[in-house]
Design a protein around this ligand. Structure first.
Ligand code: SF4
Length: 513
């Protein structure tokens, strides 16, 4: 479930996010050659291109007394970045210390994404760079974590001889033991998937955080078996995390100064946890409500929703709480019911449109984003026209668009021929991109002249006299700094816009409730 964002002049990136598909982000200002290159980029949901390869930055001194110095570099979706935070927490608890510089590390971990071949190639290239270092530091250990580790298992060690440790997403608790095993010269592998591991009791150590916004994993895995997706094979069956641990984590984040949490799962609407003490069931709507009640100053977002699962209960909860953001990521993947059936999405075009209508009926100003794939197996021009017309109908605020890339082991790879030529996939993608650009520009222009409550996230990368933040509907806003600080709320009047950014001015006193 992928997504395309427009070029963000504040952050200076064409960020890419998506659900768990592949995503591409590109720039409005992008020259054709660069756009072509970017169309090749793909990632995973909430996948932020600017974060790919990001290293864990220790928040404290590594002064003496530690077993080994570790370095983690992460790729892929927000779930993977959240997992790196869990890994860091496990290692720190077990006497290791972190470094942001791989050249000084004794242990290098690379947390991988398997969503597309491109993502895996990036990891293999990076390993080549580590190979040089390992020659100079023979005692250094290299570990591969995440979806690519799970997909390839021990084969990874056969293919990449320098790798000492291979660990799948459900086996991070065994990392300290695996490091000990690898220290003896053996290769250490644990890729067991679990039916119940949620790391509920582990307080993640935040990665390179802005101190204002944080992701909180509420579940793991996925039961949906969309035919193009590798997630059910790399992250296992769906499990919901203990609601108390989620609420506690959000409370602690709020106490630490965070002002926005994004509840994260492959399919958040199917969150389901039974509180045995109270003998009650916690649904996603209930969980979201509990998090919203922590404080009206804590914004709540969530990702990702599945059109078949999002309920009126969720929509009514969004309406009820001002601090639950009016923004829903609702991946459609295709506008053709025939293709949706082959994708095993379990809804039709009509069902999806009815969901969008319902969202707009209950939450008229709701921002809606999507993921769409062009060139899925057997897709005809007529199917593609249906994707275009669905996009025309929905007029998304954000779209994460990508062309189909077959992944080994998926249902689609086993059942269908990847029969749409690459040039046609790319041409169709470009047509979706062109239409999306028109809609997203209009979506920005219609905000000019309005006032929005904005959560300040930091200083604009383009201009240090300006701050940036987001509206409830997830639109980026820049405005003069004044005396504001990150983590504060401010009302901003929108004077103008670019394709990716609203430009405004503060109109009311800071520290809004
Ligand atoms: S299988 Fe699950 S993770 Fe993959 S696209 Fe479908 S809903 Fe998303």
């Amino acid at each position: 479930m992928p997504e395309i964002h427009l070029y963000d002049p504040v952050l200076g990136i064409s960020s890419l996010s998506c659900h768990h598909g592949t995503i591409i982000q590109f720039s409005y200002l992008c020259p054709p050659k660069k756009l072509e290159r970017m169309l090749d980029l793909v990632t995973d949901r909430t996948h932020d291109e600017a974060r790919q390869g990001e290293a864990f930055t220790p928040l404290f001194n590594k002064a003496g007394g530690f077993k080994k110095l570790f370095y983690i570099e992460s790729y892929g979706c927000a779930m993977n970045f959240a997992d790196s935070e869990v890994v860091a927490s496990i290692l720190l608890d077990n006497g290791f210390a972190a470094t942001a510089h791989y050249k000084e590390a004794d242990l290098i971990f690379i947390n991988t994404c398997s969503i597309r071949e491109k993502a895996e190639t990036t990891v293999r290239k990076r390993l080549t760079e580590f190979r040089v270092l390992k020659r100079e530091k023979p005692g250094m250990l290299i570990g591969v974590l995440g979806c690519m580790a799970e997909r390839l298992k021990a084969k990874f060690i056969e293919e990449e001889k320098l790798v000492d440790i291979v660990v799948g997403p459900d086996a991070y608790r065994s990392l300290p033991a695996l490091v000990e095993e690898a220290e003896t010269g053996q290769k250490a592998v644990n890729v067991l998937l679990s039916r119940d591991e949620t790391y509920a009791d582990i307080a993640p150590i935040r990665l390179n955080s802005n101190g204002v916004t944080a992701f909180v994993s509420i579940m793991r895995g996925c039961n949906n078996m969309c035919s193009f997706c590798v997630v059910p094979f790399t992250r296992g069956r769906e499990r919901s995390r203990d609601a108390h641990s989620i609420i506690n984590e959000c409370k602690v984040l709020f106490e630490q100064g965070y002002r926005e949490v994004t509840l994260l799962g492959q399919n958040v609407d199917s969150y389901y946890w039974i509180d045995e003490q109270k003998e009650e069931t916690v649904t996603f709507a209930r969980l979201m409500e509990e998090v919203a009640l922590i404080s009206p100053l804590l914004r709540v977002r969530f990702s990702t929703s599945h059109p078949k699962d999002i309920t009126d209960e969720v929509l009514h909860t969004i309406v009820k709480y001002e601090n639950i953001c009016n923004y829903i990521h609702l991946p459609v993947q295709s506008g053709s019911s025939r293709v949706l059936q082959m994708m095993n999405r379990t809804y039709s075009r009509e069902w999806y449109i009815a969901k969008v209508d319902r969202i707009r009926e209950l939450i008229p100003d709701c921002g809606i984003s999507t993921d769409m794939i062009t060139g899925f197996c057997t897709e005809t021009e007529e199917d593609h026209q249906q994707s275009l017309s669905l996009m025309e109908y929905c007029r998304y605020d954000l779209a994460y668009l990508y062309f189909y890339s077959e992944r080994p082991g998926t249902l689609a790879a086993r059942r269908f021929e990847d029969d749409v030529p690459l040039d046609i996939k790319k041409r169709r993608l470009q047509e979706l991109v062109d239409l999306y650009r028109i809609h997203s520009l209009r979506a920005m222009q219609k905000e000019v002249g309005k006032t929005f409550k904005v959560l300040v996230e930091g200083v604009s990368k383009k201009n240090e006299d300006e701050l940036f933040g987001r509206t409830d509907q997830n639109k980026v806003v820049v405005f003069p700094k004044g005396s504001l600080k990150k983590g504060e709320y401010v009302n901003v009047y929108i004077k103008s816009c670019t394709a990716g950014t609203l430009i405004g001015t503060q109109i009311i006193e800071k520290n809004l409730k």
